[in-house]
Design a protein around this ligand. Structure first.
Ligand code: ATP
Ligand code: MG
Length: 208
């Protein structure tokens, strides 16, 4: 929606599994919002994560609620259900098309993702049309060496790589810590710590 001053709305779209959402995601969204002067960032938890078929992903509703809890305190952050409500695998093309449909034509979209995921973009559905829908921002994580041969082939004016400082947190590490009864305080927002405990997420038979 154009603001009252007639300027186009600059909307970040942060896709992820968010199993669980952690401070790395929140810092990345905040950094990109600062760098690109975004008016808002909408977090979009995935539906069926076809790229992560190797493990059980938590229920979409749990991932959605953790994302809501984590973003509630930031007036510029919101959460969308478009991916969890669309049946079948999640493709970024569908995410961006649905968000565009929801928000109208007066919005500029900035799709925020990890550089690792961005590198896979050429293998995504409708890759050739993706760049008409959004600008792409690939975040790199400190300590994670990533090989991104494909990014070099992407249209330069539609892609930016951005190093996010200091937060080498991953959801995988958070899940492992919970399973091993190690604390996740300060890696994820306080409300998410409580939600994980309340729902007994990530515990394994070996945890108990
Ligand atoms: P997992 O360990 O299960 O793969 P993740 O921590 O990578 O989880 P995702 O939900 O897959 O979390 O992340 C969504 C996007 O956010 C991904 O593209 C990922 O690269 C990016 N991201 C995750 N953690 C960070 C971080 N600490 N700094 C910058 N970007 C991050
Ligand atoms: Mg990941």
């Amino acid at each position: 929606q154009p603001g009252s001053n007639g300027k186009r709305h600059r909307l970040g779209v942060m896709g992820g599994t968010f199993d669980p959402i952690h401070h790395g995601h929140l810092v990345a969204a905040s950094e990109v919002a600062g760098r690109f002067a975004l008016d808002e960032v909408v977090f979009v938890p995935t539906g069926q994560p076809w790229q992560k078929a190797d493990r059980d992903v938590s229920a979409a509703e749990d991932r959605y609620l953790m994302t809501v809890i984590a973003t509630a305190s930031n007036p510029r952050f919101s959460v969308s259900r478009v991916d969890i409500e669309r049946p079948g695998d999640t493709y970024t093309y569908d995410t961006l098309r649905d968000i565009r449909e929801e928000r109208g034509d007066d919005v500029d979209l900035y799709f925020i993702t990890g550089a690792d995921a961005l590198d896979q973009i050429l293998t995504w559905r409708n890759a050739d049309q993706l760049f008409d829908l959004a600008h792409f921002v690939g975040c790199t994580r400190p300590g994670v060496e990533i090989d991104t041969p494909n990014i070099a082939q992407l249209p330069k004016e539609r892609v930016t790589l951005l190093e996010i400082p200091a937060l080498s947190i991953s959801s995988t590490a958070c899940r492992r810590r919970v399973a091993e009864l190690d604390p996740v305080w300060y890696l994820v927002p306080d409300g998410v710590v409580q939600y994980i405990a309340k729902r007994g997420l990530y515990l394994t038979p070996e945890s108990l």
